[in-house]
Design a protein around this ligand. Structure first.
Ligand code: URA
Length: 238
């Protein structure tokens, strides 16, 4: 990849901000080929030099994968003139990495959103033929029951005539709480499927996407890079 500033290389992993990276370097915790780095301005090529932080390899990744707990009230978009977007929630060094959300959650939907600059992976995860399961938790104004479960399993026809693929509906408690499993992603899909059964969604949260589950340690608006294990599980590049 060529020579790059050390603070930039550290920040590019998504684990530290540029400022934190400079702090680590000042504290002598960053070694390049066995020699403690002096400043963030120093340059190194991660393909040719061994970069260690606290004795651990930097693990420079070609692509960045971020798990965000999307809060309600934020747009799933990379930019917008008036409204806050999911990209605005990230540190500046991450915002400069060309990340895009994989799929879309409505403005009022919370939960798991993957952001990456690995376009090929995003394409694979979203391709309808990939059938990547997405699981959502929903609270409803009216309970759903076994009849609705059967209708979801058969494939709901929306009011505009659009036919949905068979979907999972797990009834929790009295039926006002449900888990919905989708294999596709149509506009406002769960809200429209639930509406076709005479109920309305009051709260919606995505819990998982394929092999990736929302980390319960992340509060709304918080994010972290995927672990190596998670990157492998979803078919990304280390
Ligand atoms: N279905 C919806 O209705 N909204 C979402 O954000 C996701 C799935």
């Amino acid at each position: 990849m060529g020579m790059e500033r050390l603070d930039k290389l550290l920040a590019a992993t998504g684990r530290w901000s540029r400022r934190e990276a400079k702090g680590l370097i000042r504290e002598g915790r960053v070694m390049v080929d066995g020699i403690p780095a002096g400043s963030g301005e120093e340059k190194a090529d991660p393909d040719c030099s061994e970069i260690l932080v606290d004795g651990m390899p930097l693990g420079y990744q070609k692509y960045t994968y971020i798990m965000l707990h999307k809060p309600a009230g934020v747009l799933t978009a990379t930019e917008d003139k008036r409204q806050e977007t999911v990209l605005d929630l990230l540190a500046p060094e991450l915002r400069r990495q060309g990340l895009s959300p994989v799929g879309r959650l409505d403005k009022d939907t919370e939960g798991l959103l993957l952001l990456t600059n690995d376009g090929a992976l995003a394409h694979r995860l979203l391709a309808p033929k990939s059938h990547v399961d997405k699981v959502y938790y929903a609270r409803l104004d009216h309970p759903l029951g076994p009849g609705d479960q059967a209708a979801f399993a058969k494939g709901i026809t929306l009011e505009d005539g659009l036919v949905c693929m068979p979907a999972g509906l797990e009834i929790l408690g009295d039926g006002r709480e449900v888990l919905v499993t989708l294999h596709e992603g149509k506009f406002h899909q769960i809200k429209r499927m639930v509406a076709s059964r005479g109920a309305a969604v009051c709260y919606l949260k995505r819990l998982s996407m394929g092999a990736l589950s929302l980390d319960p340690a992340l509060g709304p608006g918080e994010y972290r890079p995927l672990t190596e294990e998670e990157v492998i599980k979803i078919g990304g590049n280390l």
